[in-house]
Design a protein around this ligand. Structure first.
Ligand SMILES: Cc1ncc(COP(=O)(O)O)c(C=O)c1O
Length: 456
């Protein structure tokens, strides 16, 4: 196949060559892509010159927008000093050391060492492997099962994809693997029984978790994984008391807690980590996305001192820790992440989120009065609007009507990018947005909902 960039549009060239993740492949051959070419602040521009406010920060991730010169400079400096070196076999680089130090300074108490990777999926995959390594090392080789939650999202690699609790990630891919179990989603809106109070709902789903642990045998359960706020499952904010109760159960049965902060890390919920917002005590915590403001791929798995000590001691017996990828702690990615963390600190990004969040939430909750809106939910600068056919019964629309994608399209046509996820429209803008941009997002979304409601 020969493709001439001169004779073909981006669209034709894309269709002829690319496989798109999370895309309806057959439909893409007709619709083609929306091709972005540049960015400025919280806005991106397509190849036709149209400007869009990135209401999803790309993939819940571009925390500092799309034109932060300091991050470009940090990458350039490192690329022209030492573009690549690795961390295998006792080698190190200064950016990787500095990034690990800075992460540990801001991380929840008790986390003491950092293992880098390139994506959120890998960070969770290696968290899973560390759980297995640790339990082998302490002489509990049967304590290997991982419990995650339906609607949880932890990535797509074989391990992380198994922990993800979304049917589309399992069907046809032969997942989950058999060491992964799933328990209830904490979404009160979706799963409360008629007349059930929030606290009764929490009692019931925590009881279900405990029953699952007892059925399987606590001696077989190695870890429980959860996101503080579940993003890709529909922006599900935990009900009050949920995590407190879950953590009691985990402690009682000696089960490690993996907290997936891939979306919630670095200010999204109004604290540096979602663990702070919801008083979580992770044994293992994973971060990615806003770690580098999405400018370059890098992720990390942070572990407790107890796990670290065991891993260290184990290598006295069996030799090297036989895990790691070529780009673990890639120095250019690490240099950009160091600069990102400096910016968060100097500009008090968490303080900015706290300041703007009440207005963001006010505008979000105001959508409850709109047609089709079953529920609005959110925290910090992440939110979602649940779209239903019947507000009273919460009945969703027939998927064939594609109501949520139509709303997202109507919004896009007015220059705002939001994402349709299951029955909801998700909102997760760059953390740098101001009040005017919050207004633009919600004015446009309100108009989009009204337009589609009128068409139905
Ligand atoms: C909570 C969470 N964990 C893990 C991942 C996977 O990260 P990645 O896509 O970088 O592999 C994502 C991606 O959206 C996520 O939202």
């Amino acid at each position: 196949m020969t493709i001439s960039p001169l004779r073909n549009s981006n669209s034709e060239r894309d269709i002829a060559s690319l496989i798109h993740p999370y895309t309806h492949l057959a439909q893409h051959a007709h619709s083609g892509p929306l091709t972005m070419v540049s960015g400025e602040g919280a806005y991106v521009f397509d190849d036709q010159g149209n400007r869009y406010l990135e209401g999803m920060a790309g993939l819940w991730s571009a925390s500092l927008g799309f034109s932060e010169q300091r991050l470009a400079d940090a990458a350039y400096r490192q690329l022209t000093t030492l573009p690549f070196y690795h961390l295998f076999n006792h080698r190190s680089t200064e950016p990787a050391i500095e990034l690990a130090e800075r992460l540990l300074q801001i991380a929840p108490e008790g986390l003491s060492k950092v293992l880098f990777a390139n994506s959120g999926s890998e960070a969770n995959d290696q968290a899973m492997k560390i759980v297995w390594f640790y339990h082998n090392a302490i002489g509990k080789p049967e304590k290997k099962k991982i419990i995650s939650r339906w609607r949880g999202y932890h990535g797509v690699t074989v391990g992380a994809g198994s922990m993800t609790g979304l049917p589309a990630n399992h069907a046809l891919f032969d997942l989950p693997i058999d060491r992964v179990l799933h328990t209830d989603s904490p979404s009160y809106y979706h799963y409360a029984q008629p007349g059930e109070s929030r606290s009764a709902f929490v009692d019931r789903i925590v009881g279900n978790l405990e029953a699952l642990i007892e059925r399987e045998g606590p001696e077989t359960i190695g870890a429980f994984i959860a996101e503080p706020v579940n993003g890709s499952g529909g922006v599900l904010v935990p009900p009050e008391g949920y995590f407190e109760r879950i953590q009691e159960v985990l402690r009682k049965h000696d089960i490690l807690f993996i907290v997936d902060e891939v979306i919630t890390g670095f200010g999204r919920t109004g604290s540096m980590f979602g663990s702070e917002t919801y008083a979580l005590k992770p044994d293992i915590m994973t971060v990615a996305k806003a770690l580098s403001a999405s400018y370059l791929p890098i992720s990390a798995t942070m572990i407790s001192e107890t796990i670290w000590e065991t891993m260290r001691e184990q290598t006295e017996k069996t030799g090297v820790f036989a895990h790691g990828v070529t780009y673990t702690g890639h120095p250019t990615c690490a240099a950009v992440a160091v600069e990102t963390l400096k910016i968060y600190e100097e500009r008090d990004i968490v303080g900015h989120v706290r300041e703007i969040s009440p207005y963001f939430m006010e505008r979000l909750y105001a959508l409850n009065d709109q047609p089709l809106v079953g529920e609005t939910r959110g925290v910090g600068l992440i939110g979602a609007v649940e779209i239903v056919a019947d507000k009273e019964t919460k009945r969703p629309f027939d998927a064939a009507l594609a109501v949520q994608p139509r709303i997202a399209k109507a919004v896009l046509e007015q220059g705002v990018l939001l994402r349709s996820i299951r029955e909801a429209i998700a909102i997760c803008p760059p953390l740098i947005i101001g009040k005017n941009e919050v207004d633009l997002i919600f004015d446009t979304l309100e108009a989009g909902i009204r337009q589609v409601a009128a068409e139905l």
